[in-house]
Design a protein around this ligand. Structure first.
Ligand SMILES: [Zn+2]
Length: 224
């Protein structure tokens, strides 16, 4: 990994954090993003407690896969064990975005999975979004619960906390986070309008199966 590539990873994390803030997926310094630098197996990750509106690329930390600081003068995000656990469990994942967005967090509070109710959902996220059991922020238990509930998919809820999305690039992980928030909003609106979630219909099972196959294919092509 050349210094240029490390700097590029830092720039991408900064840009993603700023996009998360402008899209109101996070507030202040909450949430976090990371990018796995493939050639060195190091990770560029949001620093702890730095407001995104005044964060620079120099604030972005570089850590190794055990969480040791390689580069940077701050502390890495408290959620770095969560990010590292996902990278260790999923070789296809190169980017992780953790948000506290409103509608996805509402489902995380309800501890309610989000079924595939719109077409783009399964192709991008892999299927129904499950809820990881509660764990204290920053704990190994939370990391373990999230890896288990995430499975092979690209999105998961963290009970009473927020959401997490991943992908082969930060752009795709961020897109997945925006999509998850949008579908969570649609789900809550449609549930309320229908008088309860039992009246909602998912997309047909054969379409879900076809779209899940497309998700796996695109994942192998590093486009999901
Ligand atoms: Zn969080």
């Amino acid at each position: 990994m050349t210094p240029d590539n490390t700097q590029d990873a830092k720039n991408q994390v900064l840009h993603t954090c700023q996009s998360m803030q402008s899209a109101e997926l996070v507030l202040g310094s909450s949430g976090n993003a990371s990018y796995r630098i493939e050639s060195t197996d190091q990770v560029a990750i949001t620093p702890s407690s730095v407001d995104y509106s005044c964060m620079s690329s120099e604030d972005v930390m570089i850590i190794d896969m055990e969480g040791n600081i390689v580069e940077g003068d701050r502390n890495p995000s408290i959620e770095h064990p969560l990010h590292l656990a996902i990278y260790k469990a999923r070789s296809d994942v190169k980017a992780v975005v953790h948000t506290h967005c409103v509608y996805a967090s509402a489902l995380a509070v309800l501890q309610e999975p989000l079924p595939p109710i719109v077409d783009e959902f399964v192709i991008r996220l892999g299927g129904q979004v499950e809820v990881a059991e509660y764990g204290m922020p920053g704990s190994e238990k939370l990391a373990e619960n999230v890896v288990k509930a995430l499975g092979p998919r690209n999105a998961v809820f963290l009970a009473n906390h927020g959401a997490l999305c991943c992908g082969p690039t930060l752009d795709i992980a961020l897109h997945n986070a925006l999509l998850l928030e949008r579908v969570a909003h649609i789900y809550l609106l449609a549930s309320a309008a229908a008088g309860g979630k039992k009246h909602l219909k998912t997309i047909p099972p054969d379409a879900i199966e076809t779209q899940a196959q497309m998700f796996e294919l695109m994942k192998r092509m590093k486009k999901r």
